[in-house]
Design a protein around this ligand. Structure first.
Ligand SMILES: *Cc1c(COP(=O)(O)O)cnc(C)c1O
Length: 392
């Protein structure tokens, strides 16, 4: 099976992890600090806080912004469930803004309308959380301008997008947001096995997130409620969690970061090749936004209208031919948990339409041109089956 995504681990990566295993610190050591510095330097953000997953990064990000019961967080339905769940962890209500059908990202026009209505109803969100779907930045200039107008905070879920850029600056620089988060799960652009990071330019948010990832504990005498009681002393100031990244993971991350630009360039080259190869087939390529350079985490094709009834057949045909296609994502509001909170089919039509047509085809640095040709050949055959079905 050609998977839809996979990690690229070389001998340097392996040596980096082995080096830590033989060292004094498996966790809470120098590698985590060095990884955070490397991420801050890559993203040009002032602060980076490494954690054990992007889900944890989302949780400490929205918690640091003070999200709580009675508050509202808005994200988009076309994302992994974690983007919405972080709001629920804090006891907040979650709602969604529909996507732009071309870029699959939060639609600024829909956001503007929804903010206008929410302001009238006195129910503005505390946080909006746009997602860099497939590695391409949302229109952050517009989203951030709207957020500023209505006094709403912004967290970017850039799980897909380390190494991407927007308006000439690296994603994660937080020019248009309070906090940006990234994932280092093995299918993402670089990996630490499990892992994530939050970046910010706000020193208070950075300090809060550092505390929240470690039980709400500080060892900084300046932050304590009274004088230190001795060299052993620490204080728990708030309720946090153990979301720490290990030094094994951080060392892998530092090593992987050295090949980030190589990975992103290879992904972009393969995506451009797909654009070419697929131009003769009756599928819609992913839409691009001017000013954004994607990390090309995912390559999502959409079926044209007459193929929609054959979505599943085409998907299964690809899988049967060992092409590990996937579907990113099932609209979050249609998950049983979110339906239980009152969401229903029809709530976000662009997202639901996307779901009826989307297929993620394999894209990762180690994918070969020969494999890519075979994927397109099988897809072409599967679409032919779709055609044949239509004719009978
Ligand atoms: C992968 C992903 C996450 C969660 O990442 P983990 O590191 O697995 O917790 C969150 N949001 C999006 C959009 C993702 O793709």
């Amino acid at each position: 099976m050609i998977p839809y995504g996979r990690q690229d681990i070389n001998q340097d990566d392996i040596d980096a992890v082995l080096g830590v295993l033989a060292s004094d610190f498996l966790t809470q050591g120098p590698q985590v600090v060095a990884f955070e510095q490397a991420i801050a330097s890559q993203t040009k953000a002032d602060h980076a806080i490494a954690v054990n997953s992007a889900t944890s990064a989302l949780h400490i990000a929205v918690a640091a912004l003070g999200l709580g019961p009675g508050d509202l967080l808005w994200t988009t339905p076309i994302t992994f469930v974690a983007s919405a769940n972080c709001g629920r962890y804090c006891g907040a209500d979650v709602d969604f803004v529909d996507i732009d059908p071309e870029t699959f990202n939060m639609c600024p026009a829909k956001l503007e309308r929804k903010l206008k209505d929410a302001a009238l109803a006195g129910r503005l969100p505390k946080i909006i959380l746009p997602v860099h779907m497939c590695g391409q930045s949302p229109n952050m200039a517009q989203i951030s301008a709207l957020a500023n107008t209505y006094g709403v905070r912004v967290v970017e879920d850039a799980s897909h997008a380390i190494g991407a850029s927007y308006n000439g600056a690296p994603v994660g620089c937080c020019e248009y947001s309070d906090i940006t988060i990234f994932s280092f799960h093995p299918v993402k652009i670089i990996t630490t096995a499990e892992g994530g990071v939050a970046t910010t330019n706000n020193p208070n948010l950075a300090e809060k997130m550092r505390q929240l990832r470690n039980h709400g504990i500080t060892r900084d005498p300046e932050l304590m409620t009274g004088p230190s009681e001795g060299p052993w002393y620490y204080q728990q100031l708030t309720l946090g969690w153990n979301y720490r990244m290990t030094d094994l993971q951080a060392a892998l991350g530092i090593s992987q970061l050295q090949r980030l630009s190589e990975f992103v360039a290879r992904r972009n080259a393969l995506a451009a090749r797909y654009d070419c190869l697929l131009s003769g087939l009756r599928v819609l390529p992913p839409g691009r936004m001017a000013g954004a350079r994607s990390s090309c985490h995912l390559y999502v094709i959409r079926l044209q209208d007459d193929f929609i009834p054959h979505h599943r057949t085409i998907f299964e045909e690809l899988r049967d031919n060992n092409i590990g296609v996937n579907l990113h994502y099932i609209p979050v509001h249609l998950q049983p948990y979110y339906r239980g909170l009152g969401f229903a089919p029809g709530d976000f039509p662009n997202s639901e339409d996307y779901y009826r047509r989307a297929i993620s085809i394999p894209l990762y640095p180690g994918l070969t041109e020969v494999e890519q040709d075979r994927i397109v050949e099988v897809l072409s055959y599967a679409l032919g089956l779709g055609n044949a079905c239509l004719n009978f």
